[in-house]
Design a protein around this ligand. Structure first.
Ligand SMILES: [Cu+2]
Length: 384
């Protein structure tokens, strides 16, 4: 019996060795491949106390998109932003606050020149987002210490400009060749009240997606559209920030919040026709890519999955939340939204298993039969 067990162990360990390949890389790959990269890692730019990193680059995404993270004190001084207002004609640039406070100003160039639209500004705190499609004037300023900005640039490869600009040989009169068009007549407004200047809601009502890529727009955390999908026996809440409609099908971006996968559920193998990246924000995400060891991502870690690569993902903690970036308008997010339904809530319901646990002695579920509602604590001798 013993020899059989040993043989079995050898056989399975050989199979494991063949499949075992680490998804983790120390630096952003120079060509398309599946990979995972730790928070704060990736191709660096500059130094000192500002951390600029490119965990996903034009090279590593086959030109689909770039993810740039900027962490540091930035431009803290009072007054207008130090960065000149500018437009990109070919590049879609997005701003997402991972922590701290960042103020972003934006307006479509056409509306600015014709005087037909308003200039918008918002102060972004953790989870807030600003979208600047092609031909949108924009500038920004970091307002707080220890702020982190995650930028998505589409198509990928715009980082070549940042690297060129940081060299002493850079020719500042050649900005246009890098898709940078200064707009020095644009004066950033200084009248923001409650973190908002210009029309539209912020934290005072629903923030809608515009349905086109005509003008910049903002989405406050969880104030945009929300969808819930429970197809696989666990919840996924999808909060899109950009869909194919807002990007002319160039890309999609948003968040997925998942509940813990219980032992009796399985996460299906996915295969998506778009390059895709996930960046963890809360909780713990397990990602298995065919041919690689499963990885466990925590806050700030990124995984990149090339198109048509089989993979699985599931949450190892409640309220696991991650940002997705998809290299087209018909990726995983579109499938999840189509298979789900609109919801007004950013929190998924308590699962039936958990609801039953509220029936413990001394705790009442408010007479709602364990199906929702805030449980009330009953303590003998006290009226509450
Ligand atoms: Cu820009």
């Amino acid at each position: 019996m013993k020899s059989v067990t040993v043989l079995g162990a050898i056989a399975s360990s050989t199979a494991l060795t063949e499949a075992a390949k680490s998804l983790w890389v120390n630096n952003t790959p120079l060509s398309v491949q599946p990979y995972a990269i730790l928070k704060g890692h990736g191709t660096p730019l500059g130094g000192g106390d500002v951390w600029n990193r490119f965990p996903v680059s034009g090279n590593s995404s086959g030109g689909a998109f770039t993810i740039m993270t900027t962490h540091g004190p930035g431009d803290l001084r009072a007054g207008p932003p130090g960065l000149f207002p500018h437009v990109h004609k070919k590049t879609y640039e997005n701003f997402f606050a991972t922590k701290g406070r960042i103020q972003l100003w934006a307006q479509g160039l056409d509306g600015f020149l014709k005087g037909t639209t308003q200039q918008l500004t918002r102060i972004l705190t953790k989870g807030d987002f600003g979208a600047v499609p092609q031909n949108g004037i924009h500038t920004f300023k970091v307002l707080d210490h220890d702020s982190t900005l995650t930028g998505v640039l589409v198509p990928g490869g715009f980082e070549e400009f940042f690297f060129a600009m940081s060299k002493p040989t850079f020719n500042p009169t050649a900005l246009n060749t890098w898709d940078v068009y200064p707009q020095l007549n644009f004066t950033p407004r200084a009248d923001a009240v409650n973190s908002k200047g210009g029309e539209g809601n912020w934290y005072n009502g629903p923030n809608t997606l515009p349905g086109s890529n005509a003008n910049p727009y903002f989405i406050a955390k969880n104030y945009g559209p929300k969808y819930i999908n429970d197809k696989h026996g666990y919840y996924q809440i999808i909060t899109p920030l950009v869909t194919g409609k807002e990007s002319n099908n160039q890309f999609a971006q948003g968040h997925i919040t998942m509940d813990l996968k219980r032992g009796n559920k399985t996460s299906p193998t996915q295969k998506v026709a778009q390059h895709m990246a996930f960046m963890l924000e809360e909780g713990e995400l397990h990602v298995g890519v065919e041919g690689y060891d499963e990885v466990r991502l925590i806050e700030g870690d990124i995984v990149f999955v090339p198109k048509n690569t089989p993979f699985t993902y599931y949450a190892g903690a409640e309220f696991t939340k991650f940002m997705y970036v998809s290299g087209g308008g018909d990726g995983l997010d579109a499938t999840l939204i189509q298979g789900g339904k609109p919801t007004s809530k950013a929190v998924y319901p308590v699962s039936q298993d958990e609801a039953t646990a509220f029936s413990a002695p001394g705790i009442s579920d408010g007479g709602k039969g364990g199906k929702g509602g805030m449980p009330m604590l009953r303590i003998p001798g006290f009226r509450i």
